[in-house]
Ligand binder design. Structure first.
Ligand code: PEP
Ligand code: MG
Length: 602
């Protein structure tokens, strides 16, 4: 839901903006506003020996921009003839500009002679050429200036498909303010420099929100017009729990939040005592409590909270924020570092799950079509569909996983499964790659690692029996399962209020999946965001789930909840809940159950 400002007092006095609090914590700092409409072009000097690579980068961006324009030309043919002709001329002129015009030649010269990075070189060239045109005071020539600007901006966007340079260099103590942040952008934020962030767009279970939680960076999404009303340097307080952003706080407000921050620290300290105690219910049932990992730096968090394993390693983040996809050796080293970092505790490696809101431009070379151009990315070539459609990409990743499995226990997890045939095809690929590596005498585990499937598509949940018969384990991805069941985009703030994992339809799909797992005696875990929310713990356990995987900062409070409840009681309450038709009533029953739990934490 887009939220409006609560008031509009004069600038300089305290103002409060309300949004979706997606990652808890309090940040007191200074706004750093990223103006997304005119992306700040990174500008830096390159080393003399990097000039050739920079020219190559420009060349690739030119080729990619030309490909985009040619595609537009094909699309233009569907227009009425007069419009198609007009647009065709325009696109031809722009294509010609990419084929060695003054724009490109000057940019190349600036890279070679001034050793400017490609983005800055193009930006400087646009300014020079279009200024010249506009000074001529002629409507036709002014339009040519616009063409140069359009083509130049397109080139910069292609060069900056990975905007990693700008976000890596935020000043210490910043609170980042942006219209939107992609999950890839978020992965670049250094929690030591960035105290928090707030954006205009994004839903509670978007990957941007998930990334914020796992970085432990307080965040608010969905505040309308933020980028327009805030200025870099404004003093602000971000309350990621309440979803409140306070600009120019008064000394009283500041003191109040400083006290709140101190209380939070105390609470974290209290929960840290749970690190070494087991996740066992009052009536003696052991619950597996694992972490979700996106980046190797999250490993520290996993140890701090005493995780028993990695229940979900989102490998797609390894493919983001870079120009070329990682090769087999790099992937192997990455996985090996995670496995060794977990000291023999099992690591569930999910094969690449790009698509939807997770994009990895570095894959363009291998997959051809840019994924973002899919008519409906959430329903398009994503997850396992992409892997199966590009066997070289898949085989490379599987080879890296199998080699890494020689260093410790690994499970392979397939994302976005909707058909049994996909599991068969993936298993064949695993076996094929295993045999090939074995022939080459590459060190491998003796047995093939277990192969499991994500249950995150309603069709998969409804055919859980069939899938259980061909899988070694299930991981229920309730983030996507909720989105697809209710037709609510998890990343759209305008429908965030309708995104409800307690909807009986979602709960029935979870129940159905858990029961299929029990019948086929395969482990079933939940690795969607509800696994890390203690409000859901009694219900999930009551439905038969015995393994949860969540971002590390969430684990202590979930463990505390596990230790405070009786599984027998939770199962009884779950039965009552499953008779309800209304999510609101389900929430009330759950909250009532929780309110009556004792606190038997440590
Ligand atoms: C899910 O969909 O619940 C899940 C865990 O996968 P992701 O959030 O990466 O889509
Ligand atoms: Mg998912």
């Amino acid at each position: 839901m887009k939220n409006d400002r609560t008031d509009a007092p004069p600038p300089g006095s305290e103002r409060v903006y309300q949004g979706l609090g997606v990652a808890p914590g309090i940040a007191l700092g200074t706004a750093w506003v990223s103006d997304d409409t005119a992306p700040s072009t990174p500008e830096y000097l390159i080393e003399p020996e990097a000039v050739a690579a920079e020219l190559q980068r420009l060349k690739e961006a030119v080729a990619f921009a030309a490909k985009q324009l040619r595609k537009l030309k094909v699309k233009a043919q569907a227009l009425p003839p007069a419009a198609a002709e007009e647009l065709g001329y325009l696109l031809d002129a722009r294509l010609q500009m990419l084929a060695g015009s003054r724009l490109i030649r000057t940019a190349e010269k600036l890279i070679t002679e001034l050793r400017l990075n490609a983005e800055a070189a193009v930006r400087a060239t646009i300014a020079e050429i279009s200024d010249g045109f506009s000074r001529m005071n002629d409507a036709y020539l002014a339009a040519r200036g616009d063409d140069v600007r359009e083509v130049g901006e397109r080139l910069i966007r292609c060069l900056m498909a990975t905007p990693y340079v700008a976000l890596k260099h935020l000043p210490e103590g910043s609170i980042l303010i942006a219209a939107d942040l992609t999950p890839a952008d978020t992965a670049l934020l250094d929690p030591k420099l960035v105290l928090g962030f707030a954006t205009e767009q994004g839903g509670k279970e978007s990957h941007t929100a998930i990334m914020a939680r796992s970085l432990g960076v307080p965040a608010i999404l969905g505040i309308a017009d933020l980028v327009t009303v805030l200025k870099t340097g404004d003093p602000i307080i971000l309350d990621g729990h309440a979803g409140k952003l306070i600009v120019h706080p008064t000394p009283e407000t500041r003191a109040q939040y400083e006290a709140g921050e101190a209380a939070l620290k105390q609470e974290r300290k209290r929960l840290s005592r749970l690190r070494d105690v087991p996740g066992v219910t009052l009536d003696g049932f052991t619950i597996g409590l694992n972490v979700n990992l996106e980046l190797p730096r999250d490993l520290d968090g996993a140890h701090t909270v005493g995780a028993e394993g990695v229940g979900l390693l989102r490998t797609e983040f390894l493919y983001m924020n870079r120009d070329a996809a990682p090769d087999e050796d790099e992937q192997y080293e990455f996985l090996r570092a995670v496995i060794e970092g977990m000291d023999g505790r099992p690591v569930t490696v999910r094969t690449i799950d790009v698509g939807g809101d997770k994009l990895a431009p570095a894959l363009r070379e291998q997959i051809g079509e840019p994924l973002e151009e899919s008519p409906n990315p959430a329903l398009g070539v994503r997850g396992v569909r992409l892997s199966l459609a590009h066997p070289r990409l898949f085989d490379t990743q599987l080879a890296a996983i199998l080699r890494a499995a020689a260093h410790g226990p690994i499970r392979i997890l397939l994302p976005m499964i909707s058909q049994i045939s996909e599991v068969h095809a993936a298993r064949e690929a695993v076996e094929r790659v295993y045999k090939r590596l074995k022939r080459r005498k590459v060190p491998l585990p003796e047995k093939l690692p277990p192969l499991g499937v994500m249950i995150e598509v309603p069709g998969a949940a409804l055919s859980a029996d069939g899938l259980a018969a061909v899988s070694d384990f299930f991981a229920i991805g309730t983030n996507d399962l909720t989105m697809y069941t209710l037709a609510i985009d998890r990343g759209d703030e305008r429908v965030a209020a309708l995104y409800e994992p307690l909807h009986p339809a979602v709960l029935r799909l979870i129940q159905f999946t858990v029961e299929a797992g029990l019948r086929y005696r395969i482990p079933v875990s939940i690795c969607g965001e509800i696994a890390g929310d203690p409000r859901f713990t009694p219900l999930l356990l009551g439905l038969g789930v015995r393994e949860l995987s969540m971002s590390a900062p969430k684990l202590p409070s979930v463990k505390e909840r596990v230790r405070a409840l009786s599984l027998t009681e939770a199962s009884r309450r779950a039965r009552t809940i499953m008779d309800q038709a209304d999510a609101k009533r389900i929430g009330e029953l759950l909250d009532d159950f929780i309110a009556n739990l004792g606190s038997h934490s440590v």
